[in-house]
Write a protein that binds this ligand. Structure first.
Ligand code: URA
Length: 221
């Protein structure tokens, strides 16, 4: 019954959207919480796969939903899929993903498959541009629901976009990184995005220290 209600509500929203209704712009964090999404990752993935709530749905090849161990105590969240992710339908499988995998396997000393990885925005922005606030806010209910289902002990926000849209905090990533922020009974730790590290290898030292902090925290909870 609940699923039918959710499906009908979503259908109504999609029709409104098709008719040109731009209600997403008016969304506030309070209203966002009331959006009725399912408590099952599989059903949430299905809804995302059929999402047309923003312009990115027109240019995407694949919707990139989160992937990994749903029982993981740690979740990594990036910005949005790039070209490789868009064509394969999986998060962090390009060059940035290779670096993220190394960070997880070499510093946290656990396999990538033992963690869960997702993005704030599930569809690729053209030319890998930063998602607009409208795009990020229309997609945000999905990541918030993913996190509500997963209930990780720690969320690692990879880069400024993930940090900003998870916490509503506009502190520059260079200042916020390496610090713990409260998040619904859990914690968010921002660090540099792997793509930034590929462009700025000198920042790898700080990212390494953040990963050590993450490792120590997970050992303590
Ligand atoms: N960058 C991201 O933020 N996410 C991906 O999935 C890939 C690259």
């Amino acid at each position: 019954m609940h699923r039918l209600f959710t499906a009908l509500q979503l259908k109504k929203l999609l029709i409104q959207k098709a008719l040109g209704d731009s209600y997403i712009e008016a969304i506030t964090p309070l209203q966002e919480k009331s959006i009725d999404l399912p408590n099952s990752l599989d059903t949430l993935k299905q809804i995302c796969t059929n999402c047309h709530l923003c312009e990115l749905s027109k240019s995407r090849q694949r919707v990139v939903f989160g992937k990994g161990n749903p029982n993981s105590n740690i979740v990594f969240i990036g910005e949005a899929p790039g070209a490789t992710e868009d064509s394969l339908g999986e998060p962090f499988v390009g060059r940035a993903g290779e670096l993220l995998t190394k960070m997880i396997e070499r510093v946290l000393e656990r396999p990538r498959s033992s963690v869960y990885i997702s993005n704030i925005v599930k569809c690729r922005p053209p030319n890998n541009r930063t998602p607009t606030p409208k795009e990020a806010l229309s997609c945000r209910p999905y990541i918030l629901k993913e996190l509500e289902i997963l209930q990780p002990k720690l969320i690692v926000a990879l880069g400024a976009t993930a940090f900003r849209y998870l916490t509503n905090d506009n502190t520059p990533i260079s200042k916020a990184r390496g610090h713990f922020f409260a998040y619904n009974g859990s914690k968010v730790l921002p660090t540099y995005h792997p793509s930034y590290l590929l462009r700025n290898p000198s920042a790898k030292r700080e990212a390494y220290n953040d990963m050590l902090k993450i490792k120590k925290y997970l050992e303590s909870v």
